[in-house]
Design a protein around this ligand. Structure first.
Ligand code: ADP
Length: 370
């Protein structure tokens, strides 16, 4: 089968890596000839935001999918019209691409998400209470395009762009649920993972799976997941990012219509990985067992601040000497501050030991420039 993926980053790379044990041809489209998928797939250099480039790329494929959601949706609609299978469908990608549409979607389908106000410019009257979080309608990524406005004295910092202003949640834990649906209508999720963020870089830092949550919290998440999948009405693999607040209520932060950083530890931590699951969705195969094999965690290898240029992974050999630690690099030759260059998965029998091991490994390795 000819499988076309818009985007040639690490998510596509790990999908292809997993799927190579089966018999398919993977094609990728990315503007960067040096991207993570360029050397491991049939690669086309081109812009996935350009309508014609996406149509030309997709028209002879059996299925077209994405590993980044910021792609040209009109082209996907056109491909659907031409009879190409597009997973997830163009409608849900379009909704998720824009934070305003995404929030209205949650509201319409009674999916709990923090109360919000839409603004098109900074001129508009602010009716939401301080403090609030401003999120740009488009263009945000990895915590960029998100800021907290604390009080009226902070008002001058408000970005003058279409945005949502959202209640600040008093967060106890940030959680993520990865869930997949195939064309046969099977739906399967992974155990809920917990994300521990690095406040300085605002980038995801550790994932821990499974998280420890009460039955009540689990059932709130189950209800959210069922509502989301019904409303989305699309095959695909989705990451639903959640906040558990200090009063025990679960809110949806946002959803990604694709493979997700919060699922990487499933490569060694679960009976099957998110990449295996997504492959099965693309082929409409029976969905895979997602059971946890114990506690697993992940830390991102991100470029050190003040380091740009040809990448060097300092201390990696010390990690390779450890049992139960698994290194994944993304084939990116150039490092930049905060750039995701790889990750390390860690397995453990206990959550405390896992955290200790993650912190220890983080201290062993540094992503620097030569
Ligand atoms: P991105 O899409 O760039 O990852 P998010 O919407 O996930 O942006 O926001 C990044 C981080 O900002 C979240 O992980 C969370 O820590 C914080 N955040 C976002 N929205 C809220 C909110 N309503 N209340 C409290 N913190 C928030």
């Amino acid at each position: 089968m000819k499988i076309g993926i818009l985007g040639g980053g690490q998510l596509g790379r790990m999908l292809i890596q997993e799927a190579l044990k089966y018999d398919d041809e993977f094609y990728t489209l990315d503007p960067n000839a040096d991207c993570s998928c360029a050397n491991i797939s049939f690669f086309t250099k081109g812009d996935f935001n350009e309508k014609q480039a996406v149509i030309d790329f997709g028209k002879d494929k059996d299925v077209v999918s994405i590993e980044i959601e910021h792609v040209n949706v009109e082209a996907l609609q056109e491909l659907e019209k031409q009879g190409v299978k597009v997973i997830p469908n163009s409608a849900i990608i379009k909704t998720i691409q824009q934070k305003i549409l995404q929030k209205l979607f949650y509201e319409e389908h009674e999916i709990p998400s923090p109360a919000f106000q839409i603004i098109l410019s900074a001129e508009e009257e602010i009716i939401i209470d301080y403090p609030f979080v401003q999120k740009l309608n488009t263009g945000g990524y990895d915590g960029k395009g998100v800021q907290i406005i604390k009080d009226e004295s902070d008002f001058n910092n408000l970005w003058d762009q279409p945005s949502i202003l959202e209640n600040l949640v008093d967060i106890d834990k940030e959680l993520s649920l990865i869930i997949a649906k195939n064309e046969r209508g099977e739906i399967k999720s992974f155990p809920v993972t917990e994300m521990v963020a690095d406040p300085k870089l605002n980038l995801l830092d550790f994932n821990i799976s499974p998280t420890q949550i009460s039955d009540d919290v689990q059932s709130q998440i189950d209800v959210i997941a069922a509502k989301f999948m019904k409303a989305a009405d699309s095959d695909g693999l989705f990451a639903i990012e959640l906040f558990l607040d200090k009063s025990g209520k679960v809110w949806v932060n946002e959803t990604a219509p694709r493979l997700h950083n919060s699922g990487h530890q499933s490569q060694e931590g679960n009976a099957n990985s998110q990449f295996e699951q997504f492959y099965r969705v693309l082929k409409n195969l029976p969905l895979a067992d997602t059971s946890s094999l114990g506690f697993s965690g992940m830390l991102n290898l991100v470029g050190e601040e003040n380091c740009s240029g040809k990448v060097k992974y300092e201390g990696l050999e010390n990690v390779l000497k450890l049992a139960d630690a698994y290194v994944h690099l993304y084939g990116k030759t150039e490092t930049k501050p905060g750039r995701k260059m790889g990750h390390i998965n860690v397995l453990s029998d206990s959550r405390d030991e896992l955290l200790e091991q993650l912190i220890h490994i983080k201290s062993l390795v540094k992503v620097v420039a030569v």
